[in-house]
Design a protein around this ligand. Structure first.
Ligand code: BG6
Ligand code: MG
Length: 217
């Protein structure tokens, strides 16, 4: 039985991945570290601090804690300059309708994201009220693939973990869902998200009833 639906934010509800990439790419260029879209896949779903660590690993660079803090602030300021301009039409196709359908059908709906900017993004997109609970990077201590964020979501919506389905675009997020004992629907191809239980390319043209029927079969 499925009673709870948990959504990742970046890359599932909204295409903010391009803004994260633009900001990290600028930082990597400044540090003379080679960094491309393929490297960026490793940053999806993981925390801001971990993302910087991965970029430094790629460049074989070590920084002092003070410099790390400085670059993290710099990256987030760049990212926020994009986010402050975010428009409702950047919600990924079909995502809002899917959320509305889920609520109308009586499912408990939560958002589980590593992003500390979740509150601002939901506000800019005017969709805060579509979630019964929001657990973000400010509320958890362990990054995906740790299951903490999704277990906290399940607790907040009062649904047992085994009755939750997670929608994720990142491998770390799919692993977090499985570590929480939940079903993982991958937003993307089987090649990109080999561990997901089911795959959709996005919510456009996806019917809630049909999808959940296939998951429960
Ligand atoms: C995740 C993104 O949702 O949030 C990651 O997929 C990002 O790429 C992480 O690093 C943290 O986001 P923020 O907004 O707190 O820097
Ligand atoms: Mg994501």
């Amino acid at each position: 039985m499925i009673s709870g639906l948990i959504f990742d934010l970046d890359g599932v509800i909204v295409d903010t991945a391009k803004y994260h990439y633009a900001a990290w790419k600028e930082l990597a260029d400044t540090l003379h570290i080679p960094f491309d879209q393929k490297d960026n896949e490793r940053l999806k779903g993981v925390s801001r601090v971990r993302s910087l660590e991965i970029i430094l690993e790629i460049g074989g660079l070590t920084l002092s804690d003070e410099d790390k803090r400085k670059y993290l602030t710099w990256k987030n300021d760049r990212y926020l300059s994009y986010i402050r301009e975010l428009k409702e039409d950047e919600i990924l196709p079909g995502a809002k309708q899917f959320l509305l359908d889920a609520r109308a059908a009586g499912y408990r709906v939560a958002l589980g994201s590593a992003s500390k900017n979740t509150g601002l993004i939901l506000k800019m997109l005017n969709i805060t009220d579509l979630f019964d609970a929001v657990i973000d990077g400010n509320k958890v201590t362990k990054a995906k693939p740790d299951p903490e964020v999704f277990l906290r979501c399940a607790e907040a919506i009062g649904v047992p973990a085994g009755e939750c389905v997670v929608f994720e675009d990142a491998e770390a997020g799919v692993q977090a869902a499985h570590n929480a004992g939940m079903t993982a629907v991958g937003i993307g191809s089987r090649e990109r998200l080999p561990e997901a239980d089911f795959h959709i390319h996005g919510f456009a043209g996806v019917t809630l009833k049909k999808l959940l029927g296939q998951l429960e079969a």
